[in-house]
Design a protein around this ligand. Structure first.
Ligand code: ADP
Length: 204
């Protein structure tokens, strides 16, 4: 039986002027077979981990959302590395260095555009799994994920969150180099939907 412990806390209260709304940031941590799974409300470009996962596109061409935030923080050497790699199929991921980020790697993962093909769930699972495989390959201890595909790519969070969490939980139940997996979720609503999905998975 996997050992699961959970700690929920209000991380901090701060004023965020997104829509002039005062927002609170939260995090929770859960220990699954000795690996910490954390959910954090925040900006992934500001999080420290050995690998930061980018929500990339097939051309690795840069874009808005997570991609824009990561490339802005990491600096121009990363888009140059991406150009040399040339691209990445949907459902897969490639590694680059991390430029100015305090990380060893950026894993550029390409999730599916929701409703574009029959294989949405398979491709989203595979995008997360490819990052976890890269983590094992590079023997890293910590990895930070955004919620892949749920911005410009339109995947409903209520469907995507359990897929993301299940893929990670199944992975960390097996022997792994990872000690910490962090989901960095933009905004309270996304954070809460991940919390709800995780509570359901842990109760099952
Ligand atoms: P995709 O194209 O894969 O849908 P996006 O970057 O458009 O990727 O959005 C993916 C998710 O990441 C969305 O839920 C979005 O709100 C969120 N997001 C956007 N910017 C950031 C950020 N800086 N840190 C963490 N999450 C972010």
């Amino acid at each position: 039986m996997p050992v699961i412990e959970s700690i929920y806390c209000k991380l901090m209260t701060f004023n965020s002027y997104l829509g002039n709304e005062k927002m609170e940031a939260f995090m929770s941590t859960h220990t699954i077979n000795g690996v910490t799974l954390a959910l954090l409300q925040g900006n992934i470009a500001e999080v420290q981990a050995d690998a930061i996962v980018n929500a990339a596109n097939k051309g690795l061409a840069g874009g808005g959302g997570v991609d824009g935030a990561i490339h802005r923080a990491a600096g121009p050497s990363i888009i140059e590395e991406c150009r040399k790699i040339g691209g990445c199929p949907t459902g897969s991921a490639v590694a680059t260095t991390a430029g100015n980020l305090k990380a060893k790697y950026i894993f550029h993962a390409v999730g599916p555009i929701y409703g574009y093909s029959d294989g949405d769930e398979r491709l989203l699972t595979s995008a997360y799994q490819s990052c976890l495989n890269l983590a094992e390959q590079h023997k890293i201890k910590s990895i930070a994920f955004p919620s892949l595909s749920t911005g410009a790519y339109g995947y409903p969070i209520t469907l995507a969150a359990p897929i993301a969490l299940r893929t990670v939980i199944e992975h960390i139940k097996k022997p792994t180099s990872l000690q910490q997996v962090i989901f960095v979720l933009f905004g309270q609503s996304t954070y809460q939907k991940f919390e709800q999905a995780l509570a359901k998975l842990l109760a099952a």
